[in-house]
Design a protein around this ligand. Structure first.
Ligand code: KIV
Length: 264
């Protein structure tokens, strides 16, 4: 059954398994494998539309793909990304969250950034919009962070990410994605904040894990596979088996292991 946002907020330590899906068959596949949460990520710009970053993804793209994913997984808790420059002001964020939730059927939105997006998150939450935060490597602004690389390696940057996650909790997010940070930093953040952390390239100590569906199926479009990605198709034997193997590995704590995490 679909969890409420209040229930999700309390799922510390629950080993939530989340996967992206961008269309009807993808969402049906991951819902049938029993994921806890589906993300219609703006990563669709890279893995489905062939852009080299998520910057070009539009609200129309997100609405189109969220609607299709919703048709594939009518009962799932569906999170949809607010794309780059769609939440610069509170008014814009509210109007675009309305499109994702009312027109496309999302249960929650996700947006990127730490302390700097706190006022936007507060406005959304006050209006009743469930928000999932996203700190560490934030792909929409990856260029300003030096590219798609590990974040939080020095003390100042680690503090910025920790403070960002705390600000998101205080602003009312129900959870926060930690992307591409060393496992010890993700562990510290997970211990310090009271809402679930969902890691991607953030080691085994987060309260949940998320991966891009195409990555776990080895559909990398010729891009170099990052260390944190595991090709579950090799073990799973079939597409459905691969997704089921991912869900099982997140739930039993065997993924991510040290080989798919960053020590520092
Ligand atoms: O867009 C996306 O798929 C994401 C995940 C990498 C967390 O934001």
């Amino acid at each position: 059954m679909k969890p409420t946002v209040l229930e999700l907020r309390r799922k510390k330590g629950a080993r939530l398994a989340m996967l992206t899906a961008y269309d009807y068959p993808g969402a049906k596949l991951v819902a049938e494998a029993g994921v806890d949460l589906i993300l219609v990520g703006d990563s669709l710009g890279m893995v489905v539309l062939g852009y080299d970053s998520t910057v070009a993804v539009t609200m129309d793209d997100m609405v189109h793909h969220t609607r299709a994913a919703r048709r594939g997984a009518p009962q799932a808790f569906l999170v949809a990304d607010l794309p780059f420059l769609s939440y610069g002001t509170a008014e814009q964020a509210l109007a675009n969250a309305a499109r994702l939730m009312k027109d496309a059927g999302a249960d929650s939105v996700k947006l990127e950034g730490g302390a700097e997006v706190r006022p936007i998150v507060e406005t959304l939450v006050r209006a009743g919009v469930p928000v999932l935060g996203h700190v560490g490597l934030t792909p929409q602004t990856a260029s300003a962070l030096g590219g798609f690389k590990l974040q939080g390696r020095d003390e100042a940057d680690a503090r910025r990410i920790l403070e960002g996650a705390s600000a998101l909790e205080q602003a009312g997010c129900w959870g926060v994605v930690l992307e591409l940070v060393p496992a010890p930093l993700a562990r510290l953040i997970t211990e310090r904040i009271g809402i679930p952390t969902i890691g991607i390239g953030a080691g085994p100590h987060c309260d949940g894990q998320v991966l891009v569906l195409h990555d776990l199926l080895g559909l990398d479009g010729g891009h170099r596979r990052p260390k944190f990605v595991k090709d579950f198709l090799a073990d799973g034997g079939s597409v459905a088996g691969a997704v089921a193997a991912y869900v099982a590995a997140v739930r039993d704590g065997s993924f991510p292991d040290a080989a798919h995490s960053y020590a520092a």
